[in-house]
Design a protein around this ligand. Sequence first.
Ligand code: 5RP
Length: 293
Amino acid sequence: MADLDGNKEASKYHLDTPATSEAFMMKGSNALDWGMKNRMSNIFNPETGRTVMLAVDHGYFMGPTTGLERIDVTIVPLLKYADTLMCTRGILRSTVPPTFTKGIVMRASGGPSILSELSNENIAVSMEDAIRMNVSAMAVQVYVGGKFETQSIHNLTRLVDMGNRYGIPVLGVTAVGRDMARDAKYMRLASRICAELGASYIKTYYVEKDFETVTASCPVPIVIAGGKKLPELDALTMAHNAIQQGASGVDMGRNIFQSDAPAAMIQAVRAVVHQDMKPKDALDLYETLKNEG
Ligand code: 5RP
């Protein structure tokens, strides 16, 4: 207990310095509670307001996909370059070192495999377990226009309610079914629905035409998924265009872990996201780092 007697008189009230009341760095996040903002700051770099999320959750419906056969061997060495890791609780407990202190975005929906109807998902983790694993956000897939659209949206709203109770943000992941058009009109619809229903930020796909209307019409931050493996310059160009058109980062998996040089690629992606590096310069960086081994 502090001493009661003989204390130095308090005098430094800084009367000419108004108390600061800073706006939070993330779009649409000002009204969030302190815990939510703190967790968002584990995901988005406070200096740039952007993030490089390394996505390795594909196994929850695809099994051991290319590049993720041995997460301990191929992914753990990349963790130092990521702002955040997106994974399942199974991989987190079994494989991710608990000394990893950056944000964890936990895949919180699941059910069907690639062999069945993907939109038939349910919530796949309890709030207690998410808290136990100290996650910074929970990610839920939303299938707007899919067979189980309402069910997947209900998963989102239940997680938002539970997340709000404990200060854990929810990432709404817009899923594009096999027969759905990947265009700005669809991305605007799906992203906006997730935001309106309470997601703290949204993952969507980049589209060549009018992507800036997707980010403009979504009141919370958007990050883009990488999608299928592309040549490195194309992936870096996509990330660059998305950032310049209002995205707050990437949630990139295959274009990093299926690259010939994943460590070089994630560093090149970081330069695009956090330093606004041009795609060709980022490709040069990739080649240099790759050649250095
Ligand atoms: C898997 C996902 C992935 O996290 C997301 O698609 C990002 O990975 P990729 O860049 O490989 O598309 O949601 O369901």
